[in-house]
Design a protein around this ligand. Structure first.
Ligand code: CMP
Length: 138
């Protein structure tokens, strides 16, 4: 069925000039852009967005990283969007990501891994609503 996922092009990929190349990969893979913007998360934003990881040893590093510069947030639509987008981006650790995936091509490390992709339909809806109002979705 047609459904939606949420993504962020993370600060490392924005700093390294990969916004255009990553959006091109997303477009070529058949996703429709429902919402799109460049923005920067505050510490409070990142702590709330990643609350599920708050007990992890890397939480402080993750919040520091995600707030250090602008990101590009987007809601994407496609058949089987959540699963197909996770295939397109590849494994969390770029060293383990398949050839041709966004993380294999553009990520630096397990922490600075270029892109986010929602892990379920439920989280896609929560994460999309975190960044976009109804009037920003088309
Ligand atoms: P993502 O899956 O988008 O959301 C959680 C993020 O936590 C993950 O991407 C990584 O950026 C980060 N992360 C996961 N594991 C580690 C780790 N071992 N060290 C540092 N950051 C991590």
């Amino acid at each position: 069925a047609t459904n939606r996922t949420f993504t962020m092009i993370k600060p490392d990929a924005v700093e390294n000039g990969h916004i255009g190349a990553i959006l091109e990969k997303i477009n070529a893979a058949g996703f429709r852009i429902v919402a799109l913007k460049q923005t920067q998360m505050t510490t409070r934003d990142a702590e709330a967005f990643y609350a599920i990881h708050s007990e992890r040893p890397f939480f402080g590093e993750l919040v520091e990283f995600m707030t250090r510069g602008p990101i590009v947030a987007a809601i994407l639509e496609k058949d089987n969007a959540v699963e197909d987008f996770r295939t397109l981006i590849g494994a969390t650790n770029p060293a383990e990501a398949a050839e041709g995936t966004i993380r294999k091509l553009y990520a630096t490390s397990i922490g600075e891994n270029a892109v986010h992709g929602s892990d379920s339909d439920e989280n896609a809806a929560i994460e999309g609503a975190f960044h976009f109002s109804g009037r920003e979705q088309f």
